[in-house]
Design a binder for this molecule. Structure first.
Ligand code: PGA
Length: 251
């Protein structure tokens, strides 16, 4: 089984262009020579192109924090897949809980974004996650299954490296409250079962499932030691060079 771990930094709505370049340079330097893991950063749209230039000589990958399903037209406020590629991106975060819960993005819209990204050759990182109320009502698995199936409707996969799933419990995002390693593993194994149902076994077994939600330099090693945790999607700690570099160097 070959699932190359992926450590992804989601910078959200932070950093000026200059701040982004400085942070990206630190990440690029720390990523030199790493061959057993991948590192990705998702700066705000305004800094993408400057960051892409800053990390060009390094293995660091760049992602958009969202992507439209259309290539051009009257879609004020949206960014097309080809625009992300033009700015240096190879990946796009889609369906982040902040998009779902603050901006009201539906599973149907998120599915269109996944299909659009994939069609343009970008690797989608499909985010899913239950709220605290859903977990307390014991609806975690139902919610996650629905988000996964709807988000991946009509999505075909021939190369498992070309799709990433990120499990981010909403109650763990930005709260300092991380899922325990057992909770993360339980959900990741469940998600792997769902994708095995959707795709061929040898494809599903190779799709990477990241964990996100208050990942930091203290908990990353335990999370990454779980069998089905193939990487981390990091928010707050991705803005602190020292912490993110330690996370990249998980053991
Ligand atoms: P956090 O954010 O690490 O600050 O909890 C994770 C995310 O939203 O991707």
């Amino acid at each position: 089984m070959s699932r190359t771990p992926l450590i992804a930094g989601n910078w959200k709505m932070h950093t000026t262009i200059d701040e982004a370049v400085t942070l990206a340079e630190a990440v690029a330097e720390a990523s030199q020579g790493l061959s057993d893991r991948q590192v990705m950063i998702a700066p705000p749209f305004t800094a993408l192109s400057a960051v892409a230039k800053a990390v060009a000589a390094s293995p660091v990958l760049i992602a958009g924090q969202n992507v439209c399903w259309e290539e051009k037209g009257a879609f004020t406020g949206e960014v097309a897949p080809s625009m992300l590629k033009d700015a240096g991106c190879t990946m796009a975060i889609i369906g982040h809980s902040e998009r779902r819960h603050i901006f009201g993005e539906s599973d149907a819209m998120i599915n269109k974004r996944v299909l659009g990204a994939q069609g343009a050759g970008l690797i989608p990182i499909l985010c899913i996650g239950e709220t605290l109320a859903e977990r307390e009502a014991e609806k975690t698995f139902t919610v996650l299954e629905e988000q996964t199936r709807k988000g991946l409707a009509e999505v075909t996969i021939t190369d498992p490296a070309k799709l990433v799933i990120a499990y981010e419990p909403v109650w763990a995002i930005g709260t300092g409250k991380t899922a325990s390693k057992e909770q993360a593993q339980e959900v990741h194994a469940f998600l792997r079962k769902i994708i095995t149902d959707l795709y061929e076994k040898n494809i599903a077994s190779q799709i990477r499932i990241l964990y996100g939600g208050s990942v930091n330099s203290d908990n990353v090693d335990a999370l990454m030691a779980q069998q089905d945790v193939d990487g981390a999607l990091v928010g707050g700690a991705a803005l602190k060079p020292e912490a993110f570099i330690r996370i990249i160097r998980f053991q």
